[in-house]
Design a protein around this ligand. Structure first.
Ligand code: SAH
Ligand code: DHB
Ligand code: MG
Length: 221
């Protein structure tokens, strides 16, 4: 199979659905301009997150790992005018870039960006935060994925979605002897999902414009 076929098909889907408007293009450009890691989800992955938010009728979304706010814009658009999204980013420079992109998207009333360690912030706002989380998207430090999952589960309802990015890592997830903490983190996460009887899960491999990777989707029973 032609090596670049996945990228070409991604471009075809991008064009077919006109996935990226100027707001999303500007967000991606700001990441390059600021020398930030090019780890945003792709446009079609963003479209898929948007779809997931619609499928669980999300009103309350939490994201951990904002980067420049690219995935945040997709999720924010899914609930614009009817819900609230909190996205947490540990790097204050990244958070500033993201805030600017959220403002440019006209999502400042829908999206709040908090700066700091996601687990610390989540554990603080457990006390003050009322209500349930409909969709939790984890895309930050992979070694903490299980901790994020446990927090998300506690704040979920039946039918809530818990979604984790980058759980395949170009197939490196196959290496049970890996010393890469990201691989170790997602291997533990995937294993936990396979044994957890409070959720029903499926892990999808993803190809496209970005590196070969995958996403874990769990629905709370
Ligand atoms: N969701 C973004 C990409 C996130 S990349 C998108 O698809 O557009 C992962 C981000 O997680 C990075 O910006 C990194 O700084 C952030 N991160 C890493 N560890 C974190 C932590 N402990 N708490 C919050 N954010 C963290
Ligand atoms: C990495 C993190 C991501 O969120 C991503 O989508 C791709 C790569 C990383 O830390 O390697
Ligand atoms: Mg990611």
């Amino acid at each position: 199979m032609e090596k670049n076929i996945f990228g070409k098909v991604d471009t075809y889907l991008n064009d077919l659905f006109s996935l990226e408007d100027d707001v999303l293009k500007r967000a991606e450009q700001s990441i390059r301009d600021n020398g930030m890691p090019e780890h945003s989800v792709s446009a079609s992955q963003g479209q898929f997150l948007f779809l997931l938010a619609k499928m669980c009728n999300a009103k309350r979304i939490i994201e951990v790992g904002t980067l420049g706010g690219y995935s945040t814009i997709w999720l924010g658009r899914a609930i614009q005018g009817q819900g609230k999204l909190t996205s947490i980013e540990i790097d204050s420079n990244f958070a500033e870039v993201a805030k600017d992109n959220i403002k440019n998207a006209g999502l400042e009333n829908t999206v709040e960006i908090l700066t700091g360690d996601a687990l610390e912030i989540l554990n603080e706002f457990k006390k003050k935060e009322e209500g349930t989380v409909d969709l939790f998207f984890m895309d930050a430090d992979k070694p903490n994925y299980i901790a994020y999952f446990n927090w998300a589960l506690k704040h979920s309802r039946k039918g809530s979605l818990i979604v984790a990015d980058n759980v395949i890592r170009e197939g490196k997830v196959l290496n049970e002897n890996s010393s890469d903490e990201k691989v170790i983190g997602v291997r533990a996460y995937n294993q936990m999902l396979s044994e957890n009887n409070q959720v029903t899960s499926s892990i999808l491999q993803q190809v496209g414009i970005k590196d070969y990777d995958g996403i874990a989707i769990s629905v709370v029973k």
